[in-house]
Design a protein around this ligand. Structure first.
Ligand code: ZN
Length: 404
């Protein structure tokens, strides 16, 4: 097992380390990519005795909101912490970093366990969760997680039975410290019946217990839950932070700059792009040729494009639709505020010079809605060929609608 084994608390840490993906190297604030500001604010809240008992770490996909919540938990548990971070070396930190600390609990969306009638709970997937989180880091997205535990296209869920399990765990005495922390990941997936069971607990948690909810989209969170949590905003990671991190991991600077641009602040996506040897430029190529076919109303080409795009993996299709949505948004910015405020590279700017007049008041919102709907359909495993062809025809029509 080599020299590292005497430090290891579990077998995961003995797996070979990929230089790019790596095993998640640590769970301190200093390990969170580009999140110094929020880390500083959280440490200050602790020093000033202002740790709210229910907090929502709200940040876009790939921002590392789960990483920040984990780092905060480690910071609070560490008996050896500095003013600004956990020590990373004490037995508590070691246990935290291998997800073996007994007073740290997790709740996350799960799917029905094969051959079992009982509704599933997080505990049924505890070993998958630890393996995934330790092996791939805390930047993962929900689709990846569900892909690890189920067939493609399944929707994860927090069952009412899960809520009861959370209540039971949080009402027990702490094992290793007086403090207990429950991290609820992808809290926006929680349905009303489940949340209703937890409202009282969130409102008046048992002594020494904290709830860290983690979510990407506040508009999908239940209002009853939102009103009971303090929101901690985790911003998207800056392009510079992603660039630096990639270069540090040995990616050549030119490629790292392209990946930083196209990953749009999403570290999980940046890792995926590097892993697949992709620098993102095909997103732009695909988008610009699609828009050309659409605004010229070239129907045979539109179908050809839809068929070719449907050949990509579902993950890539979703990434492409997100990219397209962002490009539409950037073209609106270009129209209303000028090029200085846009986040475009040279190729995108050049294309948008001629494309942006097609985006205007009358079609912008609808274009974004249609892209959003298609994204959702693809996530739900609807036939991509049909979704993309239908979307293309709608886009074509919307681009043809004049604003004059
Ligand atoms: Zn420590």
């Amino acid at each position: 097992m080599g020299g590292k084994s005497d430090l290891c608390l579990c077998w995961w840490t003995c797996l070979p380390v990929d230089p790019i993906f790596g095993l998640h190297s640590g769970m301190r604030f200093s390990d969170c990519i580009g999140q110094q500001d929020v880390s500083r604010r959280l440490a200050a809240a602790y020093r000033e005795g202002r740790v709210a008992h229910a907090q929502l770490f709200l940040g876009p996909e790939g921002s590392g909101n789960l990483a920040v919540a984990l780092a905060y938990a480690q910071f609070l548990f560490c008996p050896n912490k500095s003013e600004s971070d956990s020590c990373g070396a004490c037995p508590t930190c070691r246990k935290m970093e291998t997800l073996q600390y007994a007073d740290l609990f997790f709740s996350y969306p799960v799917v029905t366990v094969k051959g079992r009638k009982e509704p599933p709970i997080s505990e049924d997937y505890a070993s998958d969760w630890r393996e995934t989180l330790l092996g791939q880091g805390p930047y993962l997205d929900i689709d990846h997680w569900l892909g690890e535990i189920s067939e493609e296209g399944k929707q994860g869920d927090f069952t009412v039975r899960e809520a009861l399990s959370i209540i039971r765990k949080m009402n027990m005495k702490g094992y290793e410290s007086p403090l207990k922390i429950m991290i609820i990941w992808m809290a926006e997936r929680m349905k009303t019946e489940t949340a209703n069971k937890l409202l009282k607990l969130l409102e008046e948690p048992p002594e020494n217990s904290l709830f860290f909810l983690v979510a990407n989209q506040s508009d999908q969170m239940l209002a009853t839950v939102m009103s009971r949590v303090q929101v901690i905003r985790v911003n998207r990671i800056s392009d510079e932070a992603i660039l630096d991190q990639l270069v540090e991991r040995g990616v050549n600077p030119e490629r790292a700059a392209a990946v930083a641009h196209y990953s749009a602040g999403n570290w999980w996506r940046a890792l995926g792009m590097v892993g697949e040897g992709d620098d993102g430029t095909d997103l732009f190529e695909r988008f610009s040729s699609w828009m050309r076919c659409c605004y010229k109303g070239m129907v045979p080409e539109i179908f050809q494009w839809s068929n070719a795009t449907a050949e990509l993996t579902r993950e890539q299709q979703k990434q492409f639709l997100q990219y397209s949505l962002e490009q539409i948004r950037q073209n609106i910015v270009l129209n209303y505020a000028g090029p200085d405020l846009t986040r475009m590279n040279e190729g995108e700017r050049e294309f948008s010079r001629r494309f942006s007049p097609f985006i205007h008041d009358l079609n912008a919102v609808e274009l974004m809605n249609e892209l959003g709907k298609a994204h959702l359909d693809i996530s739900r495993n609807v036939n991509s060929r049909i979704v993309l062809a239908d979307l293309s025809l709608k886009v074509s029509k919307l681009l043809a609608s004049s604003n004059r």
